[in-house]
Design a protein around this ligand. Structure first.
Ligand SMILES: *Cc1c(COP(=O)(O)O)cnc(C)c1O
Length: 391
């Protein structure tokens, strides 16, 4: 049965237990019992499918995995304890000592740190290049390059990478293209459709949507997930909790409608910011003068919920905007139904050396808004307090 995106989010990948429940059951069990010694042996040897232990499989986690895989257009998904666990598991499953990675400069700060400070200790080296410059990716390829890693649009500057072009480059060089699709979610963008090999998620953000649980996932083809990523999960144990999987299942049900609403709100807020006399620059892929708007429109169904802007006056002015808010949540989190406001240079990118931060385009006057679903007028009024000095 082939369903549309919203139907898949609401009903995909779920098998009822036999109790006729109309919402997914939670299986808070660490292990599963066997009918006999022979059945236990058959499960462990893999001759018979079935659950053994929740470090590797759990029915609630499986329901989340199946639904997310269907939404991303992948054959399989594996739930993980967090978004970072999903990226780590992907890297440690696919890479080995001596391998080289090319990573976008515009990735989540912790992801950049994982490559630069953690994987480097195990002999995996990484070069960082601009997401918008495919020639720079091609120039960075070495014989030992095995993975290209990116997010699109980037956070917080909304730079757009050409997934198909970088997938082609990866495959010409016998490398994987991995896309962190946290920002757009499958409701707006499906990287596998453009040739990416694997998608990673921080389910903590839009998949949950209400800021409740930490979790993550990897999505891709059955062979890679079953033969490379699943054995890593089973052995290393960065597993998703069944409680969290249940919350994420509830989140997936409303993902389509939420992402459309987030995009509409963000589009309207971006235009309001462009017209605001105190705002110097606005970053949003949906603006007509965004340098990669056409590419974004080709890859995405809508432009997403994150808008960034720059005010004159550097950190002092940016902090004034943040501190003048009375409703918006001051948090580094994004993807929540409630609007959040962040000063990237002193929080999410605070540990990036100042020079590198400037090279990335993250200036002291930059403010990031993850636009929620409150009344737009209330979001605007809260921002205007600091912008117009009416605090
Ligand atoms: C938050 C985030 C992550 C990390 O996810 P956690 O669930 O916090 O581990 C990875 N990538 C992106 C784009 C994120 O926003």
């Amino acid at each position: 049965m082939s369903w549309g995106a919203d139907t898949t989010g609401l009903r995909g990948g779920w098998e009822r237990t036999g109790e006729q429940e109309h919402s997914e059951a939670i299986f808070p069990t660490s292990s599963f019992s066997f009918a006999s010694a022979a059945e236990a042996a058959a499960r462990f040897s893999g001759d018979e499918p079935g659950n053994i232990y929740s470090r590797f499989t759990n029915p609630t986690v499986r329901a989340f995995e199946n639904r997310l895989a269907a939404m991303e257009g992948g054959e399989r998904a594996i739930g993980m304890a967090s978004g970072m666990a999903a990226i780590l598991a992907t890297c440690l499953s696919l890479l080995r000592m001596g391998d080289h990675v090319i990573c976008s400069l515009g990735v989540f700060g912790t992801t950049a740190s994982l490559f630069a400070n953690q994987l480097s200790r195990f002999g995996i080296t990484t070069d960082f290049v601009s997401p918008t410059d495919p020639a720079a990716w091609a120039a960075a390829v070495r014989p030992e390059t095995r993975m290209l890693f990116l997010e699109t649009p980037s956070n917080p500057l909304t730079e757009v990478a050409d997934i198909q072009a970088l997938a082609d480059l990866a495959h010409e060089n016998d490398a994987w293209l991995v896309v962190d699709n946290c920002f757009c979610t499958p409701a707006l963008q499906r990287p596998l459709d453009f040739g990416a090999d694997l998608v990673t998620h921080s389910a903590t953000k839009y998949l949950d949507g209400q800021g409740r649980c930490v979790g993550g996932a990897v999505v891709g083809d059955a062979k890679t997930l079953d033969e490379q990523i699943f054995p890593f999960l089973r052995t290393a144990g960065p597993s998703m909790s069944p409680f969290n999987a249940w919350v994420f299942l509830k989140g997936l049900e409303t993902l389509g409608v939420r992402m459309r609403a987030h995009s509409e709100q963000a589009q309207a807020l971006a235009h309001w910011l462009v017209d605001h006399p105190q705002v110097e620059r606005v970053f949003y892929t949906g603006l007509p003068d965004h340098p990669q708007r056409d590419l974004a429109a080709r890859q995405q169904k809508a432009f997403g919920g994150v808008v960034s802007f720059e005010v004159a006056g550097g950190r002092e002015a940016a902090w004034r905007v943040v501190d003048a808010t009375q409703m918006l949540s001051i948090t580094a989190n994004l993807g929540d139904v409630r609007t959040t406001i962040t000063h990237p240079a002193s929080t999410t990118h605070g540990r990036v050396p100042a020079e590198q931060r400037l090279a990335m385009g993250i200036h002291e006057g930059l403010v990031r808004i993850s636009v929620g679903l409150e009344d737009l007028e209330d979001i605007q009024a809260d921002l205007d307090r600091g912008l117009s000095g009416s605090a």
